[in-house]
Design a protein around this ligand. Structure first.
Ligand SMILES: NC(=O)c1ccc[n+]([C@@H]2O[C@H](COP(=O)([O-])OP(=O)(O)OC[C@H]3O[C@@H](n4cnc5c(N)ncnc54)[C@H](O)[C@@H]3O)[C@@H](O)[C@H]2O)c1
Length: 309
């Protein structure tokens, strides 16, 4: 298959005040290895029985079959890996991001692999956009079963006494208020349905400090506290809310890091490497699944041993 080069990342949100479906991507879509696996797993299997006749194997349906999922920041990195993981298990996925081209490519890839996916342009720093993302999901898929509040930014590296006010505001708006705005509109819908599972993407820096990242650390600590509080409020309404704390993960968020810094980050992990987005998606999928039915209001690490030190 011909491969299309990825359109340049759009540094600015295409829409500031509300969510809207992204325009249809008309180029040739790259079929990734993950998507190809999904296609293979969707294909009917034939097996020779003990009597020598061939019969079609009825596959168990994926564990998220038919569930409606909303994943923010799904155009890239961890969010994209989560969207792929959920789609592979049968979820219908709204790929929400402020990077319109990236959301289009991601949703297109999932559809090419046989999943149901919609790209949605959102800005998680805008409460109206958060509300519209919920409306879009329920309007399109008839429900909101699974949510991953994942969109986030890193922010510059500067000590607290020199940290730019505008950078603080942007990181807090995206990484903390963005999660609150999401929950603010997602939880009433899930509570009314009497079911739902949410994962908020925190970080190991949700409980550890990190010199030079005051805004990010404060935001992620806030996400952990917000997760626990919302989980207490909605536990008896059939809605489970948990947080994931990844160590440093090899995604575009870290691509701007220079080599010495990258080596330092690697050395902070006892496993001697950065994590992958797929490893974070694996834990996230578990927490969203019915296998985690008694997991409520907790914060789970996937960090190669970082926080054990
Ligand atoms: N990469 C890491 O080392 C690491 C570690 C711990 C936690 N995390 C967290 O995981 C999440 C995903 O990070 P990633 O590493 O995949 O980064 P990434 O940059 O690859 O992906 C982040 C996505 O969020 C989107 N986004 C940013 N601001 C947005 C906004 N206002 N509205 C809508 N979408 C927006 C971006 O367009 C991008 O697609 C973030 O919350 C991040 O803090 C990352």
């Amino acid at each position: 298959m011909a491969r299309a080069s990825r359109p340049p990342r759009n540094p600015e949100p295409a829409v500031r005040c509300t969510a809207r479906p992204a325009r249809r991507y008309r180029g040739v879509l790259p079929l990734t290895r993950t998507a190809a696996e999904a296609v293979r797993s969707a294909a009917p299997e034939r097996r020779v029985t003990s009597t020598g006749t061939e019969q079609e194997v009825v596959r168990m349906s994926g564990e998220f079959e038919g569930r409606a999922a909303l994943v923010t920041g799904a155009a890239s990195g961890i969010g994209l890996a989560v969207a792929r993981r959920l789609a592979r298990e049968g979820a219908r996925v709204v790929v929400a991001d402020h990077d319109e081209d990236g959301a289009q490519l991601a949703a297109g890839e999932l559809e090419t692999a046989g999943a149901t996916a919609e790209a949605l342009v959102v800005d998680v720093t805008d409460p109206d956009s958060a509300r519209e993302a919920v409306r879009f999901t329920t309007g399109t898929f008839g429900a909101l079963d699974l949510v991953v509040n994942n969109a986030g930014v890193g922010g510059p590296s500067m000590p607290t006494g020199e940290y730019e006010i505008t950078a603080w505001d942007r990181v807090i708006a995206t990484d903390l208020s963005g999660v609150f705005y999401g929950l603010r509109y997602q939880l009433p819908v899930m509570a009314a349905a009497g079911r739902g599972a949410v994962v908020n993407m925190a970080s190991i820096l949700g409980t550890n400090g990190f010199a030079g990242s005051p805004a990010y650390v404060a935001a992620k600590h806030g996400v952990v506290g917000l997760t626990k509080t919302a989980a207490l409020e909605y536990a008896d309404k059939g809605v489970r809310i948990n947080a994931v704390g990844p160590g440093f993960i090899d995604t575009p968020l870290l691509r701007e890091t220079d080599n010495p810094m990258r080596e330092r980050l690697v050395s902070l992990h006892p496993q001697g490497r950065l994590g992958t987005a797929e490893e974070v998606a694996e834990l996230t999928a578990f927490l969203l699944s019915d296998r985690a039915s008694f997991v409520q209001g907790s914060y789970h690490l996937v960090d190669g041993g970082y926080a054990a030190q």
